[in-house]
Ligand binder design. Structure first.
Ligand SMILES: Nc1ncnc2c1ncn2[C@@H]1O[C@H](COP(=O)(O)OP(=O)(O)OP(=O)(O)O)[C@@H](O)[C@H]1O
Length: 256
């Protein structure tokens, strides 16, 4: 019998029902709460005595389990925005609130603590350690996140299986294709159980078939690991699978 079907009037099963429902209500509410709020963010840089205004009032919200893409011409400010979202940089004005943490007012040390446990990064160029196997690369990220050693083996295996590399765990990067290397990088980025993954042009170096494989893996890990993915891309076929696309034009998001 499912907990919902248990008889009324019996104290213990009812307690199970209410706990179960409360938990589910909490989970549903969490899905409707933004994971990240970006509000009227401006970012400029001093370049050769001139002020370069890159972001001129950007606002966006990211929700749990979303696949969101940023597009825009080269130099439009996509990476600048990703650095702000990931707590690597701070805006000149505006707000960035990640899981209730005000990144725009916090110092680097405070942001780093949250970033290490809650955010994963994926780069165009994979950023793997060349002398370590796929397994050791993923394990390294658990070591850096100070995950208890007893959890490493099961977690590394799970993450590599999730990206379809269960049978290639002991290969080193040079023995893997570009798409496989990017999948190792994805396994590495999710190993410490972040709630947000930021991926800067993750498919740019891949042919269309391998790019599609990476996108399948992204969709899979959104379901399995309950992460939100925010990525940049120029590829129109990849944009099609996004839950939402933000297009950056002249330092702002284009309104459709
Ligand atoms: N730290 C910095 N100092 C000075 N200028 C910077 C800095 N970071 C970025 N810029 C400038 O800001 C602009 C936006 O750069 P950004 O890398 O965010 O663009 P992008 O949209 O990611 O481009 P691409 O698609 O080519 O990666 C560029 O003109 C760049 O030179």
């Amino acid at each position: 019998m499912l907990p919902e079907e248990s008889d009324a009037g019996n104290g213990a099963p009812n307690a199970v029902v209410s706990r179960d429902k409360a938990q589910r209500a909490k989970e549903l509410a969490a899905l409707n709460e933004p994971l990240l709020i970006v509000k009227d963010v401006q970012r400029s840089f001093q370049v050769g005595g001139q002020k370069l205004h890159v972001l001129k009032g950007i606002s966006m919200e990211l929700y749990p389990k979303q696949l969101v893409m940023l597009r825009g011409r080269s130099g439009s400010g996509k990476t600048t925005l990703m650095n702000l979202i990931g707590g690597l940089d701070q805006p000149n004005s505006g707000e960035i609130v990640f899981k209730g943490h005000p990144f725009h007012t916090w110092n680097d040390e405070q942001r780093t603590v949250v970033r290490r446990s809650e955010i994963g990064f994926i780069f165009q160029s994979y950023a793997l350690m060349p002398l370590l196997s796929a397994y050791e690369n993923v394990e390294l990220s658990l070591r850096m996140a100070q995950t208890p050693r007893a959890e490493w083996k099961a977690r590394v295996q799970h993450c590599l299986e999730l990206v379809g590399l269960g049978k290639r765990m002991h290969h080193r990067p040079f023995e893997l294709s570009g798409g496989e290397q990017q999948r190792v990088a994805i396994a590495k980025s999710i190993a410490h159980r972040p709630s947000l993954l930021l991926a800067d042009e993750p498919t740019a170096e891949l042919d269309s078939q391998m790019g599609a494989q990476v996108m399948n893996v992204f969709q899979n890990i959104i379901e399995e690991e309950k992460v939100t993915i925010c990525m940049t891309t120029h590829d129109p076929t990849i944009l099609e699978v996004a839950d939402h696309v933000f297009e950056m034009v002249d330092g702002k998001f284009k309104q459709y």
